[in-house]
Structure formats: structure tokens, C-alpha cells
Design a protein around this ligand. Structure first.
Ligand code: G6P
Length: 369
């Protein structure tokens, strides 16, 4: 088993460190920056259909649902198609309104999640076109869907999803660009620019991993907390949700992810000098707004840990701990900002003596309702 872990103490850590590679594998043969083109063979047969669909409904569970939320931002931004993101377990029992002009995207690492399968079957009966985003080739979900795109992240052994999540986000990014291309909602120049930047993301993920030792130190400082808040805005919000989920899954610390601006409608009541608050505070469009949210937490003596863009000074001077990630286009922020959060929950869980790869009560895939 030591051999399988490739010298890492746990599969989870190995899989976190595999991400520069898994993201690259996921993009391989699919992006052509010089041409400003994305090619997705798996959904090519539906290229025309994508020109006049009314809506996209993303269905998933757990971490895959968080990837779906990132997808919503990207698809709406670039392809200008309205997107709804649904928990498969709720969607399947809600008698939802679905038409033949809807595309349902089912996201599942394992391709075996019972609720997601049931949601697909229902939407299919109502005439929707179903795409899958799965990691396991030949699993049940890829067989149920009309078309799909594999994530190619390789086997994920740690129960808490890491590299499968970033691969799902990568595929959704490619799908958003692909749809934008079909619908003419993006210029060639912009597409070339975005794809050129996307090509650098695996190296930037590698740089983000260099924060490992610093993150471990911060983990030691906050490991005894009983609660933790994760806050972000825009696509930083789903990143915050995923950061909180990771922490609760493997360290058993109660954690909540929230849109930073919603903090004042509840979570702010919890903030005192014991409460670590993790902010996604990179230099994107919501930077200034996030800064004012950080000030609100500091005024109440919360312990602030901020994920910032390399070279940032403003946030750094306000917070207790900051972790740098490389600068990138806002579209790719979730791929980088997720990395330190994965490392943070990993180190906290190890320090608390938890079984990181097989957390209590959780299963890698939930094949019963
Ligand atoms: C379980 C796993 C999670 C996963 C979720 C959905 O809860 O522990 O890591 O995100 O199922 O699984 P899927 O295979 O459908 O992505």
C-alpha cells in the first residue's frame, strides 16, 4: 500500500499533489489555444442542438454538486444559457418542469450515485438531452446518458474528493467555452486569450501546492477549533462551500460555507476570538467587497485566514494568515483557490488523528438512496 501511495502518507495527499497532472490530462487534446478552439468529441454530436437550447439543469450530489455551482457561473458568463444546479435527491422527487429544449448535465465522480441515476432517468423520460461528466469510464451513469465528457482524473481512492473535483471543474470550463463557441457568445480573440491562460493552469496549480508547509503551519494554529466558516463571493462561493465540506468530512470540525455578503444575515453572530474564518480574497471583481467583509470579521476578533493573489499586500496586512496563489483569469480561480483549502483540511485532520482516507460514516460512492 505504501507503494500505491507513491511515498505520500495518505491517498488524499497523493491525489491533491496529482492535480497539476490530472488537470492537464483532462484538457489534453481538447483545447487549441492558437486556434481559439475547444473540441469535445463526447458531445460533438450535439453541437447543433446546443445552439438553441433554453436551459441547462445540472444535477449532482456532494462535491460534484459544488463543481456544478462553479459550472453555473461559467456557463452563464460565457455561453449565456440559464443554468440551474440541483441536488439530485431533491430534483428527482419534485416533479420538475423539463422540456425537450433542456439539457441536463449529470456530474458524478463514480458514475454510480443512486440519486443522480434516478434524476437522469426521470429527466430522460421527460425528453431532456442528458450529458454526463464522470470519472469512471463505463460506469452506470455514462451508460445512461446520451453523451458526455470524461474527467480522466485517474482512480480516486481517498473518500473525500479532491482531484476529481478539479477535473470536473475543468470539464465544466471546457463545456462552457464549447457552448459559447457554438452559440457565438464569445469572440475569437477572447477565446484565444482564455485558452492560452488555461494552458498555464496546471503549472499554476503546481505553484499553489508550494504553500503546503505554510498551510500545515496554519493548520497547527487552528486545529482545535470546533467551528470554522468559509466565505467567498462569485465563483469563490462554491469554492468556500467545497472548503467547508472537505473540513467537516475528514476532520469532523463543524464548518459552513457561505456567500461572504450573506454573513451579516446569520453567521456573523457566531464570530468571536475562537472562530477561524477562511476567505477567498483574490484580486478578482469582488476583491474590494470581500475586503469589507474581512473587516467585519476582524472587528469581532475572528481569526482570518485569506487565500490571496501572489503579491497582495492589502489583505495580507489585515488578516492573521494569508496563503498566496498565482494570478489568473477569474474564470480559472476555482481551480487554484481550491488547492490550499484541500491542504488545510488534510493537515488539520491528520493533526487531529482522524482517518483521512476513510472518514467515519462516509462512503466513496453512495449507491443506495
Ligand atoms: C459521496 C462521496 C463524495 C462525493 C459524493 C457524490 O458522498 O463521499 O466525495 O462527492 O458521494 O459522488 P459522485 O461519485 O456521484 O460524484
Amino acid at each position: 500500500e505504501m507503494l500505491e501511495k507513491g511515498g505520500f502518507d495518505h491517498f488524499m495527499l497523493k491525489e491533491i499533489f496529482e492535480q497539476p497532472r490530472s488537470i492537464l490530462d483532462c484538457m489534453r487534446g481538447r483545447i487549441y489555444p492558437e486556434l481559439g478552439q475547444v473540441q469535445l468529441g463526447g458531445i460533438k454530436a450535439f453541437a447543433d442542438k446546443l445552439k438553441n437550447i433554453d436551459r441547462i439543469i445540472i444535477v449532482a450530489c456532494g462535491t460534484s454538486w459544488h463543481a456544478g455551482l462553479v459550472g453555473e457561473y461559467l456557463i452563464e458568463e460565457y455561453a449565456r444559457i440559464p443554468v440551474e444546479v440541483e441536488y439530485a435527491s431533491e430534483f428527482r422527487y419534485r416533479n420538475p418542469i423539463i422540456t425537450e429544449k433542456d439539457v441536463v448535465i449529470a456530474i458524478s465522480q463514480s458514475g454510480e450515485t443512486a440519486d443522480t441515476m434516478a434524476a437522469i432517468e426521470m429527466a430522460k423520460e421527460k425528453g431532456a438531452t442528458i450529458f454526463g461528466i464522470c470519472n469512471v469510464a463505463g460506469a452506470s451513469i455514462p451508460r445512461l446518458t446520451h453523451a458526455g465528457v470524461y474527467t480522466h482524473a485517474g482512480p480516486e481512492i481517498g473518500v473525500a474528493s479532491t482531484k476529481a473535483f478539479t477535473a470536473q471543474v475543468t470539464v465544466l470550463t471546457l463545456m462552457a467555452f464549447y457552448m459559447a463557441q457554438q452559440r457565438g457568445t464569445i469572440s475569437d480573440v477572447k477565446m484565444r486569450e482564455l485558452l492560452t491562460e488555461l494552458e498555464t493552469v496546471p503549472d499554476k496549480v503546481q505553484s499553489a501546492l508550494a504553500s503546503n508547509e505554510l498551510v500545515k503551519y496554519i493548520a497547527g494554529e487552528i486545529k482545535d477549533a470546533s467551528n470554522c466558516l468559509f466565505l467567498g463571493r462569485g465563483s469563490g462561493f462554491p469554492v468556500a462551500l467545497e472548503g467547508a465540506l472537505k473540513l467537516k468530512e475528514i476532520s469532523y470540525i463543524h464548518a459552513e460555507g457561505y456567500p461572504a455578503a450573506e454573513m451579516k444575515h446569520g453567521p456573523i453572530a457566531l464570530i468571536d476570538e475562537q472562530m477561524p474564518v477562511v476567505f477567498i480574497a483574490t484580486n478578482n471583481s469582488s476583491y474590494e467587497k470581500v475586503i469589507s467583509n474581512i473587516q467585519e470579521v476582524k472587528a469581532r476578533k475572528g481569526i482570518v485566514i485569506a487565500i490571496v493573489t501572489e503579491g497582495d499586500k492589502k489583505v495580507k496586512n489585515m488578516v492573521d494568515y494569508s496563503i498566496e496563489i498565482p494570478d489568473t483569469d477569474e474564470a480559472f480561480l476555482p481551480l487554484l483557490a481550491t488547492i490550499p483549502l484541500q491542504l488545510l483540511s488534510y493537515h488539520i485532520a491528520v493533526m487531529r488523528g482522524c482517518n483521512v482516507d476513510q472518514p467515519r460514516n462516509l462512503a466513496k460512492s453512495v449507491t443506495v438512496e
